[in-house]
Design a protein around this ligand. Structure first.
Ligand code: NAI
Length: 268
């Protein structure tokens, strides 16, 4: 329902919903880290959650966790770089859940490569495919279903690498800058359909992606670079994502939200 048509609360204010209960959500890369935390949070808020990941076992595990906790989740093995798989899974999710309202583009890999390495172009192609092109595939597949939704939301997960750069991470950094550009483009292009498109830039977060970094190195980095002086939790990022997905967040679009403990604003 268009927010301007929402019932008035009797005091001249429009009553907007802060509940995603009953909405249908698809999360990519939901087998681990921030995707898993997002799937759990959305299910605990009453959404029907499609847990998708390239890792089949992780999908089964997360679906089991959510179901045991009393949430509603179903799993699909999905490699987001495959257009045919994306089309098939998005169609199945929409059919199974009676539509699709919330698309969370989260799946990702971390890559490091020097510009003059023989591996550079292979790494570049793979990184752009998983982090950036995949988000266009899911958006294209989800579009007819989002257009039919009363509260359609897309949230793309970028990174603080979408603002700055880390040595030897040029494919990752370029992809994450691209995610921010794609978010803005989609916000403009899909706004007339009432679809909001926003983007989260996580800072350093404790997940499988950062698990190989030595704990003392993490502490040193976080104390030196973030305002809060610590790594973040995947759950803290999931709450940022949830905020964008509330029906009440109907006038927020094209936004780029750092969830980074203050990394981007810290000079010294
Ligand atoms: P993670 O490694 O815990 O989870 C990533 C998930 O994506 C895994 O379950 C993996 O199987 C899945 N995945 C990888 N390739 C896939 C593919 N082709 N198709 C489907 N699924 C695939 O990592 P994390 O940290 O939770 O990452 C989530 C997102 O957050 C990523 O986009 C990452 O780039 C981004 N990010 C992570 C940060 C961090 O500090 N952990 C910081 C900034 C951004």
């Amino acid at each position: 329902m268009d927010p301007v048509e929402q019932p008035n609360d009797g005091q001249g204010l429009t009553a907007l919903s802060r509940s995603i209960a009953g909405l249908s959500a698809l999360v990519t890369g939901a087998g681990s880290g921030m995707g898993r935390a997002t799937a759990h949070l959305f299910a605990s808020e009453g959404a029907k959650v499609a847990v998708t990941d390239v890792d089949r076992d992780a999908v089964a595990t997360v679906v089991g966790e959510i179901t045991t906790a009393g949430g509603l989740a179903e799993g699909w093995t999905l490699d987001v770089t495959s257009e045919s798989e994306v089309d098939k899974v998005v169609g199945e999710v929409a059919e199974r859940f009676g539509g699709l309202d919330l698309l969370i583009n989260n799946a990702g890999i971390s890559t490091f490569v020097a510009i003059d390495s023989p591996e550079y172009l292979t790494t570049w192609g793979r990184t752009i495919d998983v982090l950036l092109t995949a988000q266009t595939l899911t958006i294209r597949a989800a579009l007819p279903h989002l257009r039919a939704s009363e509260s359609p939301r897309i949230v793309n997960i970028a990174s603080t690498e979408g603002w700055g750069a880390t040595r030897f991470a040029s494919p990752y950094t370029a992809a994450k800058h691209g995610v921010i550009g794609l978010t803005k483009s989609m916000a403009v292009e899909l706004g007339r359909d009432g679809i909001t498109v926003n983007c989260i830039c996580p800072g350093p977060i404790h997940t499988a992606m950062t698990a190989s970094i030595d704990e003392s190195d993490k502490t040193t980095f976080a104390r030196r670079r973030t305002a809060l002086g610590r790594y973040g939790l995947p759950e803290e990022v999931a709450h940022g994502t949830l905020n964008f997905c509330l029906p009440a967040s109907s006038y927020m679009t094209g936004a780029v939200l750092p969830v980074d403990g203050g990394l981007l604003i810290r000079n010294a």
